[in-house]
Design a binder for this molecule. Structure first.
Ligand SMILES: [Zn+2]
Length: 182
């Protein structure tokens, strides 16, 4: 059974932030990261891409998470990278603050920090109506949203490229630990 849904941030029409080094978008880059994570345990993951929806953003998010819940997943992991001023740096994980979401976030955040070696910005708890909150609250399964680095900063992009395989492996190991009850 599919244990974890990897949800690619943004959609084909509105692809999110772009990387300072090569102009790749979140939708593009995170789709590759999802595939790299899934390669560690093909039967364990489903990759879900959000589809832009005529009724708007809330429907786009809801549809992705309804799909994940229909698979009976134990958790969802939405993949992004951060944007901001060119000086902003580091790794953060968004959590709803529910017990399951926090347990997963506390496994994934240090795993990502260990892989990339960037500043540990910690966990950010988001309510349903906060920015990024809809993704954390739309589904039944515990949800986290990952921001491993700032695409707006060249050195962060370079760290993500240099440690790309380690990042995918670290997220996978954290997901396995979550499934095993760590
Ligand atoms: Zn994003």
């Amino acid at each position: 059974m599919t244990a974890i849904a990897l949800i690619v941030g943004h959609n084909a029409r509105a692809q999110g932030a772009v990387r300072a080094t090569d102009g790749r978008t979140e939708y593009d880059w995170c789709g590759d990261l999802a595939a790299a994570i899934k390669a560690h345990g093909p039967g364990m993951y489903a990759v879900i891409r959000r589809q832009s929806h005529p009724s708007g953003y809330a429907s786009e998010i809801r549809n992705a998470y309804v799909t994940a819940d229909a698979m009976g997943v134990s958790a969802t992991v939405e993949l992004h990278f951060n944007g901001g001023p060119a000086t902003a740096t580091g790794t953060e994980t968004l959590t709803s603050g529910t017990k399951g979401s926090l347990r997963l976030a506390r496994l994934i955040q240090p795993a990502m920090v260990g892989a990339l070696g960037l500043r540990d910005r910690g966990l950010l708890t988001r309510g349903r109506n906060d920015r990024g909150g809809e993704s954390l609250w739309a589904g039944r399964a515990p949800a986290v949203l990952l921001e491993p680095y700032f695409g707006s900063r060249e050195a962060d992009c370079q760290a993500a490229d240099r440690h790309y395989a380690a990042l995918a492996a670290a997220i996978h190991r954290a997901c396995v630990a979550f499934i095993n009850g760590a």
